[in-house]
Design a protein around this ligand. Structure first.
Ligand code: 6GU
Length: 242
């Protein structure tokens, strides 16, 4: 998968070089390119924002640098086949703008996006990006506004890091043991069951005996019950209506 990120804070994404996703990049499974939005400005101050038309607090990101950044990234898709005829044509890109006004990011969305060939993330700052940028992007690619949840971040960078981690670990070959992916919170619509390892007793706390008894049917039942109980207590909204 190819991922392009447009941001005024490229340093935020240095973390992508380490850990699991760093390995995937070394292995060629993930190709992540970070672009500094200011590289697409032409004035001495490398201006990316201005006052909102109509007045109001805060600053709005100007459309011109965004247009140039999107063109540079999306033109690469269009010409990939011409530059090297041996390369397959690139998949249709999907442009994602992190925004508290977007649809909520879920495990199901992470799964869907993990099958994409090319994702472009546009990180807004200040009070947002000039609305025409979304319309222009929509004329060249599929566009989605995506939110992490009902709270406000200062910009899209941290949200994009979270999305890339959630998506990246679902790409085949990124996680060593794919089975570890199926039995976790949200994959089956419930929260994960609690886990235990040795020692059997620690500081007076004991491991539930059923987990040490070797009865796989009983263990599966205990885990399912624990999932349901946990979900009922913490996230009843995830359960089907009775
Ligand atoms: Cl994706 N962006 C920003 N700026 N704030 C958020 C968010 C995204 N998701 C939740 N809050």
């Amino acid at each position: 998968m190819r991922i392009d990120i447009v941001t005024i804070f490229p340093e935020y994404f240095g973390v992508l070089d380490v850990s699991l996703l760093g390995r995937a990049r070394e292995d060629g499974i993930l190709d992540v390119q970070v672009h500094d939005l200011r590289a697409f400005t032409h004035d001495r101050h490398r201006t990316v924002d201005d006052k909102p038309y109509g007045g109001g607090a805060g600053m709005v990101m100007k459309p011109e640098p965004w247009g140039e950044a999107l063109d540079a990234i999306l033109d690469l898709d269009a010409t990939a086949g011409e530059v090297d005829a041996r390369l397959p044509p690139r998949d249709a890109p999907l442009v994602i703008f992190p925004s508290p006004a977007g649809e909520v990011f879920t495990q199901a969305m992470a799964r869907e996006l993990s099958t994409a060939g090319h994702l472009v993330f546009g990180c807004g700052r200040y009070e947002g990006i000039d609305q025409r940028v979304f319309e222009y992007a929509g004329s060249r690619a599929s566009v989605r506004l995506v939110s992490l949840g009902d709270y406000v971040l200062n910009g899209g960078e941290v949200a994009v890091m979270a999305m890339i981690e959630a998506i990246g670990r679902l790409i085949p070959g990124v996680i060593g043991n794919p089975e570890s992916l199926v039995e976790e919170s949200h994959e089956d619509g419930l929260l994960e069951y609690p886990s235990y390892t040795k020692p059997a007793e620690w500081r007076g706390y004991e491991v539930p005996p059923v987990l040490m008894g070797g009865n796989h049917g009983a263990i599966a039942t205990w885990r399912r019950d624990a999932q349901l109980e946990r979900t009922r207590l913490v996230r009843p909204d995830l359960l089907p209506p009775e």
